[in-house]
Design a protein around this ligand. Structure first.
Ligand SMILES: Nc1nc2c([nH]c(=O)n2[C@H]2C[C@H](O)[C@@H](COP(=O)(O)OP(=O)(O)OP(=O)(O)O)O2)c(=O)[nH]1
Length: 145
């Protein structure tokens, strides 16, 4: 792969599931993926022809076994990793149906600020800062790995 195509951003749909009590869902990256064991918001790459919402609905069904209601676009963030450049489309989701099943043997944790699980994925850190701003939370949002 040429350097230029390696650095073309890959679009990723990411779900920020918010429960009625304000807690949000983090999941750990499965074994075998880059950053395995790091905590993130669940989601994955768009497939050809998919919208962000379609990709999110598919990914959360594949990974967590749930069917999401509407996905509300929230923020877009570009991240440069050594392995890839990704454009993260964070969407808030307030409604879903079905029981959670960790279909990739990942772990899940409902969290609030400050986040207790460690380590969090670098691409997750800005989201915690947006939550802090929204919620008037001051102080460290997470424990640095
Ligand atoms: N799901 C998710 N991915 C994130 C977040 N922050 C962040 O930088 N990323 C990055 C990590 C990965 O490079 C990319 C997502 O790709 P992935 O490998 O999880 O997606 P996928 O499930 O489609 O994977 P695969 O089929 O290619 O194995 O986005 C986040 O909060 N959630």
């Amino acid at each position: 792969m040429s350097e230029a195509s390696e650095r073309t951003p890959v679009d990723v749909a990411v779900g920020v599931l918010v429960a009625p009590d304000g807690r949000f869902l983090l999941t750990s990256r499965p074994e075998g993926k880059v950053y395995a064991g790091h905590w993130e918001f669940p989601g994955g790459k768009l497939e050809a022809g998919e919208t962000v919402e379609e990709a999110l609905r598919r990914e959360l069904h594949e990974e967590l076994g749930i069917t999401i209601g509407p996905a509300e676009p929230w923020k877009i963030e570009l991240m440069d990793y050594p392995h890839a450049r990704v454009r993260l489309h964070f969407c808030k989701v307030y409604a879903w149906q079905g029981e959670f099943e960790m279909r990739e043997r990942q772990q899940m944790a409902w969290q609030t600020l400050p986040v207790e699980v460690v380590p969090v994925l670098p691409g997750t850190v800005p989201v915690l800062a947006w939550f802090a701003e929204e919620r008037g939370f001051t102080g460290a949002t997470h424990t640095a790995a």
